[in-house]
Design a binder for this molecule. Sequence first.
Ligand SMILES: NC(=O)c1ccc[n+]([C@@H]2O[C@H](COP(=O)([O-])OP(=O)(O)OC[C@H]3O[C@@H](n4cnc5c(N)ncnc54)[C@H](O)[C@@H]3O)[C@@H](O)[C@H]2O)c1
Ligand SMILES: O=c1ccn([C@@H]2O[C@H](COP(=O)(O)OP(=O)(O)O[C@H]3O[C@H](CO)[C@@H](O)[C@H](O)[C@H]3O)[C@@H](O)[C@H]2O)c(=O)[nH]1
Length: 490
Amino acid sequence: MGNISNENEYSATTQPIDVKRLCCLGAGYVGGPTCSVLALKCPHIVVTVADPDEERIARWNSDKLPIYEPDLDEIVTKCRGRNLFFTTDLAKSIQEADLIFISVNTPTKTYGFGKGRAADLRFVESAARSIAEHARTYKIVVEKSTVPVSAAESITKILRANIKHEAKFQVLSNPEFLAEGTAVSDLFRPDRILIGGEQSPEGLSAIESLCRVYENWVPREKIITMNTWSSELSKLAANAFLAQRISSINAMSAICEATGADVQEVSHAIGSDSRIGSKFLQASVGFGGSCFQKDVLNLVYISESLNLPEVANYWYQVIEINDFQRTRFARRITQGMFNTVAGKKIAIFGFAFKKNTADTRESAAIHICKQLIEEGAHLKIFDPKVKKEQILLDLSDDFSAPSTSLLRQVEILSCPYEAAKQTHAIALCTEWDLFRDLDYEKIYSEMLKPPFIFDGRRILDDKHLRQIGFNVEVIGQRSAGHSVHLSNGH
Ligand SMILES: NC(=O)c1ccc[n+]([C@@H]2O[C@H](COP(=O)([O-])OP(=O)(O)OC[C@H]3O[C@@H](n4cnc5c(N)ncnc54)[C@H](O)[C@@H]3O)[C@@H](O)[C@H]2O)c1
Ligand SMILES: O=c1ccn([C@@H]2O[C@H](COP(=O)(O)OP(=O)(O)O[C@H]3O[C@H](CO)[C@@H](O)[C@H](O)[C@H]3O)[C@@H](O)[C@H]2O)c(=O)[nH]1
């Protein structure tokens, strides 16, 4: 600002600032819940979430929020209009804010160099350019999106080259670790808050300013600070380690299905070792969601770019096992039903990538359904939260309008009993609690015989289902009547 005194400029950059106005660019799964919780926990801070997507912002300002998260509606209702605002006016939000979160999407590139692997940073870049265009005073710019190592450096270069009116800035890395379906509780009680920044007096004071925001509800010992690169890499590393655990237990599930071992027992045995720990060892149809695959691929791309092909190959295996697991489940359904599903009706229980979310990005159900459709099955899909239009979009090629042949093969139902009626099989793809409590005797009586259940999440009582008369196939458990064949001469 032209009239700002040197003293003010100095104090704004080497002394921690008292954040009074915070803006977040990106009103998605991260920006929305994070800022809602922030507004709740920091009533003295005015929080504005800005996004150019008019429809999304209109929904954040309505009774029907654009995303489903347990307890989020109540928080938004309490804070909206008080110290929480949703707007499409990026310029004003940026101008007024002391601190700006960048929470925009960073999908895998679908074009050009690094296609299918590298993170597409165009939205991050456009956010940085908007900040440069509209900032008039000192800003702390916080990279919350998951990005490759050194993205903060790129943001700094863009800001430095474009920022006007002597405005100063510091760029921090503050990756988000919330998981969908538990976003509110994760934000209330995070395992840790990670803040990376430049290790200079200006950088350290910006880190301190952000620490003070979180300290309104997070104990100081849970706030970890470090240099920017370590922080950026730690986010990718955390997701890679989590995804790797799932692929490891899913690889074990394949061995279990081919022998007499049970993956639940194996998981319990290894998880009891305190060095391994019991979380994230649940065998499944494969991990989904917008993060794991994208972030592991990003790590693969970074390793390749750094000329570390062995490291790249190591992490790529996590993705390959995940692809294998999804395909294996679809193949097991086909083989289990006398080697053909052509013309048969299969109920799909659950389409979201995990329970308690309506998000279907990279959901294993999409891949499994597409393979069953390819085999000629007729699918009757039920998910308690995912909208019909979304399911059809996900199953359409290249996200075009659903073809007539797709519409002939797929029905979307709003009741699980209707979905299962007159089908040959049920394939459970998402672990929604309600699937445990259904009346399976009623379902059995209305299905074609012999009825099959393929439990891809291990949430059903398989013994009880067998007593009712179902043929039950469970992930990580050998099929009934299957004998072990080791092909190495044993
Ligand atoms: N989804 C999760 O659970 C999760 C958790 C932790 C981290 N992350 C990371 O956080 C980031 C955001 O993820 P998400 O799931 O919220 O994405 P999202 O697609 O739900 O939302 C991103 C939003 O950013 C908006 N946007 C794009 N360019 C913009 C710009 N220049 N200015 C303002 N808004 C802009 C889009 O319109 C969109 O609404 C990604 O990097 C992701 O990897 C996601
Ligand atoms: O033992 C397990 C645990 C999870 N999953 C599956 O793994 C996927 C991802 O689940 P989860 O990690 O709970 O949800 P996300 O919302 O994808 O959250 C991950 O990705 C986010 C985005 O980066 C991070 O912030 C979170 O810390 C990280 O857990 C889902 O399909 C789950 O069903 C399993 O198959 N077995």
